[in-house]
Design a protein around this ligand. Structure first.
Ligand SMILES: NC(=O)c1ccc[n+]([C@@H]2O[C@H](COP(=O)([O-])OP(=O)(O)OC[C@H]3O[C@@H](n4cnc5c(N)ncnc54)[C@H](O)[C@@H]3O)[C@@H](O)[C@H]2O)c1
Length: 254
């Protein structure tokens, strides 16, 4: 219950339900962190903060477009006003526009790079500035298995997520001097609104695990990712930086 006692965490893309950001925020709060939850969808982020506060935690919801450079500065100022600083930053917000390369417009390509990669650069830069005078911190960037292997219709999404993977390692090397750690997580098929939209299904039991080549034979749950992020956020991972955590039931082991 207190693995993150006294720490302040920011989670982007925390509105979607079911979604990885929301479940992560709830899990970090359960372990004692104070939470700032942001999203384009303020109502959804507020509902996440309400759930945390209703359970006796401490959370603030803010509207944020993660692609907006100025908004990052405003969000960090607000975090500092409210909680005095930042210890954990989870760059989770993302979109998946899965289109075959021959049908993909340049705008669609660029949008996915902006939301899935450029935003992570902005988030890491802002987090380092907020954490460096605090003696350290932990940045966790949500990539994907699509950032590790080639997947159908994932030209832009995979390029962005592969960029997140290697950017996280560069950030880890550069920010180590401030005792700031940076790691990437790589979910496989996890049942969220994004996955429902991508597959066109409304129930995880309808997913065909063998067609999707998932050795454990089932989609994952948001908590499978949240628990890994919790570990990376906590002092248990004090010696872990520049690493990639694959949570995919064996998909990319094949
Ligand atoms: N679900 C999966 O199977 C899976 C697998 C691999 C990686 N991921 C990654 O995990 C992260 C979370 O995915 P999810 O499945 O929970 O998706 P989701 O669509 O359910 O939630 C994503 C959230 O990000 C928000 N968002 C989108 N664009 C934004 C922007 N510009 N600014 C602020 N917020 C924005 C959305 O409003 C939404 O609340 C994403 O980065 C996604 O690429 C998911």
């Amino acid at each position: 219950m207190s693995r993150l006692k006294g720490k302040v965490a920011l989670v982007t893309g925390a509105a979607s339900n079911p979604g990885l950001g929301r479940t992560t925020a709830l899990r970090l709060a359960e372990e004692g962190a104070k939470l700032v939850v942001t999203d384009l969808d303020l109502e959804g982020a507020q509902s996440c903060a309400d759930e945390i506060n209703g359970a006796g935690g401490d959370a603030l919801a803010l509207h944020q477009d993660v692609c907006d450079e100025n908004r990052w500065a405003q969000v960090m100022n607000r975090v500092s006003e409210q909680y005095g600083g930042l210890d954990i930053c989870v760059n989770n917000a993302g979109i998946a526009v899965l289109v075959p390369i021959e049908e993909m417009s340049l705008d669609q390509f660029n949008r996915q790079i902006d939301v899935n990669l450029t935003s992570v650069f902005l988030g890491c830069r802002a987090a380092i500035a907020a954490m460096k005078n605090r003696g350290g911190g932990s940045i966790i960037n949500v990539s994907s298995v699509a950032g590790l292997v080639g997947l159908n219709t994932c030209v832009a999404y995979g390029a962005a997520k592969g960029g997140v993977r290697i950017m996280s390692k560069s950030v880890a090397v550069e920010a180590a001097q401030y005792n700031i750690r940076c790691n990437s997580v790589h979910p496989g098929v996890i049942w969220t609104n994004m996955q429902a939209q991508a597959t066109g299904l409304d129930d995880p039991s309808a997913l065909n695990a063998s067609t999707m080549r998932i050795p454990l034979g089932r989609p994952g749950e948001p908590m499978d990712i949240a628990n890994c992020i919790l570990y990376l956020a906590s002092d248990e991972a004090n010696y872990v930086t520049g690493a990639e955590f694959v949570i995919d039931a064996g998909m990319t082991a094949q």
